[in-house]
Write a protein that binds this ligand. Structure first.
Ligand code: NAD
Length: 496
């Protein structure tokens, strides 16, 4: 079998991992399709990458931000030119359907164009000094070498959310892509190289989380870690990074609720629920995994929803007619199966799906049927823990207040959605739902790059991507310029 061999990018050179070992990247729809062999990197590879980033920082931080932004603009154009190729490669390595991988590449393009505009802003603040003949301002400085650790479900969009703002702000980067989907990060970085990014400004180190990822988190010269992944790993990353006082941004799991009130446009709510629950095979941090139904519409919604879930076409995402691709790997299938066992013991009823698909066209991939569970109550584990697969829980409620209470009764707080025609209820929900994102009459998925993205509670640690990213990738410097030609003591010389 022949397949391409990929290397790490360190200081502008493509080099093999010191161990010489590689990890095969397999198509989850067909394991006989090998996308390539990627380096299995360890601490020594990470150390070389961090050293290269540290060296490059000296010059990159001095490049004017509008010039750094021009590189991003060109990178966005490069991505646009290769959109179809990169989308197809992403479907091969990750499984989601072509319409969605095209959207993933588009998100990186949007991010490039959005962040490029920041090159001419990066606004600071001027403010009056309390002393005469003294000027005060606050300016944004780059943080230094930043480590970026990303998941497999948005293999190009999420790396772009981190790389582009980090770069425009003048940081240099070491990125550790998800083990299952390194190629899309390579494609993203290639777009930057082709756009003229100097060597060492971005370095790529592939490998597992416990080796390459952990080494990046622990390296003393890395000043910040931007992590997206599970809450379990995020907690570990935060604890380890604390030892060297790194800034840490964590974007983590979700258990997102769509609330459907009695007065909702039911067909719209059905469309949203189907897309929110089974788009990306349920493998989105914002996926709809709980549908909260008001009693008046519950029976009708359930019947129609199950009928439509049963009809979804499952298969290889490269087939344009397919609506639900495979799960990313066998581990994810096992997790889905494990949670369905838990749900069964908890007394839920499986209305459709519930099984891995292992024969015929599905024999060489990791496929799972879209699954709908009914009779779910808020205390059950299946109602509280993230499955990250095509599994959705139906839950019933009587009053609006009860729906908000159920939606908020979990540890996660990423995305929520409410379907109603009552504007008072909509605004009350916006105020009361504990989540970083709330949609009205739209599904829990579908973020746009120029709004803040992130969650509360166990979903995040207070940072935001999108609108908030520059706050993470810059550090404030307060500047005082005294032109009085005398010593002026704040709080003393001007006191009454
Ligand atoms: P994961 O936590 O298993 O891995 C995420 C990344 O961390 C990978 O690159 C992995 O190799 C690395 N990693 C693993 N162990 C590590 C360690 N000890 N030290 C450093 N790095 C380590 O998550 P995943 O399975 O790749 O992705 C799915 C999860 O990501 C879900 O929980 C999902 O909700 C979450 N997610 C969150 C967002 C968001 O923005 N909130 C977006 C997408 C996905």
């Amino acid at each position: 079998m022949t397949y391409p061999i990929y290397h790490n990018l360190i200081g502008g050179q493509w080099v093999a991992a010191a161990s010489g070992k590689t990890i095969l990247n397999l198509n989850p729809a067909d394991h006989s399709d090998v996308i390539g062999a990627f380096p299995s990197s360890h601490a020594e590879d990470v150390a070389l990458a961090v050293a290269a980033a540290k060296k490059a920082f000296a010059a990159w931080r001095l490049v004017p931000a509008p010039k750094r932004a021009e590189i991003l603009l060109r990178a966005g154009t490069n991505l646009l030119q290769n959109k179809e190729k990169y989308a197809r490669e992403m479907t091969r390595e990750m499984g989601k359907v072509l319409a969605e991988t095209r959207g993933d590449v588009q998100e990186a393009i949007d991010e490039a164009f959005y962040v490029a505009g920041e090159g001419r802003r990066l606004f600071g603040v001027t403010t009056p000094s309390e002393l005469q003949n003294k000027f005060a301002m606050s300016v944004r400085m780059p943080v230094g070498v930043v480590g970026l650790i990303t998941p497999w479900n948005f293999p190009m969009a999420i790396p772009s959310w981190k790389l582009f703002p980090a770069l425009v702000a003048g940081n240099t980067c070491v990125i550790k892509p998800a083990t299952d989907t390194p190629l899309s990060t390579y494609n993203l970085v290639q777009a930057l190289i082709d756009a003229g990014l100097p060597p060492g400004v971005v370095n790529v180190v592939s490998g597992t989380g416990s080796t390459a990822g952990a080494a990046l988190v622990e390296h003393p010269d890395v000043r910040a870690i931007s992590f997206t992944g599970s809450s379990a790993v995020g907690s570990l990353v935060a604890q380890r990074a604390a030892a060297t006082f790194k800034q840490v941004s964590l974007e983590m799991g979700g258990k997102n609720a769509q609330i459907v009130l009695d007065d909702a446009n039911l067909d719209l709510a059905l469309d949203g629920a189907l897309w929110g629950a089974f788009g990306t095979t349920g493998q989105r941090c914002t996926a709809t995994s709980r549908i909260l139904l008001q009693k008046g519409i519950a029976a009708e919604f359930t019947e129609k929803f199950v009928a439509r879930a049963k009809k979804l076409k499952i298969g290889n995402g490269l087939d344009e007619l397919v609506e639900v691709g495979p799960q990313v790997n066998a581990n994810q299938i096992e997790t889905t199966q494990r949670y369905l066992e838990i749900a069964k013991h908890e007394g839920t009823e499986c209305l459709c799906g519930g099984h891995a698909l292992t024969s015929g066209a599905y024999a060489h991939g990791t496929f799972f049927e879209p699954t709908v569970l009914a009779g779910v109550t808020p205390a059950m584990r299946i109602a509280r823990e993230e499955v990250f697969g095509p599994v959705v829980c139906l839950m019933e409620f009587s009053t609006f207040d009860e729906a908000v209470e159920i939606a908020n009764s979990i540890d996660y707080g990423l995305s929520t959605s409410v379907y109603t025609r009552d504007v008072n209820r909509a605004f009350t929900a916006i105020r009361d739902l504990e989540s970083g994102i709330t949609y009205i009459n739209a599904p829990t998925i579908g973020a746009e790059v120029h709004l803040p993205f992130g969650g509360v509670k166990h979903t995040g640690n207070g940072h935001r991507e999108g609108l908030g990213a520059l706050d993470f990738f810059t550090t404030w410097k307060a500047v005082y310029v005294d032109y009085s030609d005398k010593l002026q003591r704040a709080q003393i010389d001007n006191a009454e």
